[in-house]
Ligand binder design. Structure first.
Ligand code: PLP
Ligand code: COI
Length: 357
């Protein structure tokens, strides 16, 4: 296991400034005082682990991440309970997915215990940055290729880093149902591609589709499969669920989508609450038929950043579809409350999902 050097920021943000910033938390614009950093080289492996003042990196202009986008990341949160206790939610799952992404991008894997230590040491040092109430400390572990080399092959040097950002709601509308744009021109991932990996390139490729969604007054883009443009996959940064009138729920199967930890948790919580989960391909055609017949009554997006967000409307090239009443439905509400209840320690952690700091 790596030993971390702890180098305290000599100029942390004054407490009063932080308290002021906490009054109006958005998503991903405010950052804590420190960051964790670990280096990797082909010669030394993982080395030089530290938690240090958050500061810019000096990168050679030939660093391969700047040319060939060899980069992966994770997203997770630290939550503060009413009694002040800080917990992480299923961080081992992020560690595992990070290494799955590393394998797909031909990058070195970081031992799970070092991934977790980098996060825990950062959160412990920046514990004052974990907001209470509805806020949380969003943690962004990432790794990029730092070797200065223009040939196209895996880099022989990498930097792993974790930064932390106190956040409020991801969507500006708060708890209002979101609007989704169904992209007909763009796809996110193909079989054999990087859809299941959390790599920066997937998000770069989604930006134009997301901009189109914004132009149509929508909050997120929904991608259909790349081969047939028929099957519902996921949103730009979230997984998707549908609720049927018999109380069961549908979510698209894994393969080309990101295996969301929230998605997996929702499936478990659904089972706990006697809600049948159908993990199966669901076409946009079937969705439209289910809406016309009244069989489809709710839809929601889920992810670390978005938590569980009710979907009120789907827009596409030929018009707009209202889901159910256009409001957040009871099944969405129940699953959201169960999830947040565990994260905030208001409900029992029966699955052992929380890790105390
Ligand atoms: N799908 C995409 C494309 C994402 O970026 C995310 C967010 O991380 C998710 C799904 C949800 O994953 P998780 O629940 O692990 O945050
Ligand atoms: C997350 O939920 O952690 C993501 O990475 C998605 C992004 C929309 C911030």
């Amino acid at each position: 296991m790596l030993q971390f050097e702890i180098l305290k920021n000599p100029n942390p943000m004054p407490e009063t400034d932080r308290a002021k910033a906490f009054e109006n938390l958005g998503f991903g614009t405010l950052f804590s005082d420190h960051m964790s950093v670990i280096h990797w080289s082909a010669e030394k492996g993982w080395h030089s682990a530290k938690v240090t003042a958050r500061a810019p990196f000096a990168l050679d202009p030939a660093s391969s991440v700047l040319h060939y986008a060899q980069e992966i990341f994770e997203g997770m949160k630290a939550y503060r309970a009413a009694d002040g206790q800080i917990v992480l939610f299923r961080p081992e799952e992020n560690a595992r997915r990070f290494n799955a992404s590393a394998r797909r991008l031909a990058m070195p894997e970081l031992p799970e215990e070092d991934f977790l230590a980098a996060i825990e040491k950062l959160v412990a040092l920046d514990s004052a940055w974990v907001p209470g109430g509805e806020g949380s400390l969003y943690l962004r572990p990432f790794m990029f290729a730092s070797e200065a080399f223009l040939g196209v092959r895996p880099s022989r040097e990498y930097i792993f880093c974790v930064i932390a950002s106190p956040v409020g709601p991801y969507f500006k509308g708060g708890a209002k149902p979101v609007k989704i744009w169904v992209s007909e021109d763009y796809s996110r991932a193909a079989v054999g591609g990087t859809g299941a990996a959390k790599c920066g390139g997937n998000y770069a490729a989604s930006l134009l589709a997301q901009a189109e969604a914004t132009q149509h007054g929508c909050d997120q883009v929904l991608f259909l499969d790349a081969a047939e443009r028929k099957w519902i996959e996921e949103l730009g940064g979230m997984n998707i669920f549908f609720v049927l009138d018999d109380g069961s729920i549908i979510t698209p199967p894994l393969g080309t989508i990101l295996p969301g930890i929230t998605r997996n948790s929702i499936m478990t919580l659904a089972a706990d609450n006697n809600i049948t989960v159908h993990e199966r391909p669901y076409s946009f055609e079937e969705l439209q038929a289910d809406l016309s017949s009244g069989r489809l009554v709710e839809a929601f997006a889920c992810g670390t950043a978005a938590v569980v967000a009710g979907i009120g409307e789907l827009k596409h090239g030929n018009g707009s579809l209202t889901i159910g009443s256009g409001e957040i439905g009871p099944v969405t509400k129940l699953l959201r409350e169960k999830l947040i209840g565990i994260q905030k320690q208001d409900l029992a952690d029966t699955h052992g999902w929380l890790r105390r700091i």
